[in-house]
Design a protein. Sequence first.
Length: 321
Amino acid sequence: MLMIFAGWGCSEDTIQEKKEPMVATDGGYLFAHMKDENYARLFYSVSRDAFHWETLNKKRIVLPEYCGHPDICQGKDDVYYMIGVQPNTGIPILWSSSDLVTWQSTKLKKSIFNKISDLGYKNEETYYGAPKMFYDEADGRYIITWHAGKTGKDSDTSEWKSKRTFYILTSDFKTFTEPQRLFNFTGSDEDMATIDVIIRKVGDEYCALMKDERWPEDVPEVAKTIRMAKSKHLTGPYANPGAPITSLNVWHEAPILVPTVDGKGFFLYAERYPKQYDMFEASSIDGPWTERYFQGPDARHGCIVRVNEEVYQAILKAYKK
C-alpha cells in the first residue's frame, strides 16, 4: 500500500519506491534503537542513504549498561547526550560521548522529573515516559521532554488518555528548571493526550512532532497519528497541531526527523506500532509527505542522527565485526 500525504491531508495509493536514493559520501546516519524482544536495550544500525540499513555488532546490544528509550542529542562542543534510567530504581542516567562509541554515565536526581506531582501528574514508578532532548543553539540550553499521566500506572487505558508532555531546561546538566507543561492546545485539541514528543528547529521556527495518543472512538479523525505543532519560541506557546502526517489506518508513534542526504528536504520515520518503522519524505517541513519503501532494521523506539565521516568510521570500526 502506498500512501501519499498531500499537505496536511492524505490520500492512499501505493508506497513509492525511491529507485536511486542519494548516497552520502561524507558520513551517514546512525539509528540508535531498541528491539521488541530486547525492549529498552540499545542497538546500532547504520546507513549511507537512509533507505538501506545494516544492524551492527552482529545484531547484539552495543551498550549493555543502557536502559531506556534511546534519543541522542548533539550539543555543546559536539558532545552527544542521551537519557536513560537505572533499572528498577527510577533514577535517571545522563549518558555522554564524543564519538558515539565510548559512553560515560552520570546519575541525575529523580526530583528533576518527579516535581510534576505539583502539577497533578505522576511518573511511572521505575521509568520515565520516553525522555527526548534537543539543544537550542540560540540560547545554549537543552530542553528535555517526556510524558506522564495522572496515576503513573501505564497498564490502564485511562492513564494513556491523560498523558501530557512536560519539559525541563538546563545549560549544564547540574541545575534544572522546574517542570512545566509544554502544550496548551485549544478547541478540539484542548484535551489532546501527547507522547513521544521531539523538537527540532527548522528555519526560525521550532517544530514539535508528537503522537496524538487519543483513541479512535474519541477522535477518529486524528487518533494515534503523528502530528506537528510550531512555535517561534522553544518553550512555546505552540499553535494547535496540524492535521495528521501519518495514516489513520495504522497507529504510529516515536517520530524521528532528519535531513535528507543533500540537506534539501526531510525524512520522517514513525514506528508502526508495535514492531516496525515506516518512512516518509518531503522537500518541505510542511509537506506534502510521501511514504517511501525502505529496508529498515528490526527496530522499535529510537532516534536517527546524521554523523560525519570520522564518527561514522569510528562506529564501523568498533561494531562492524
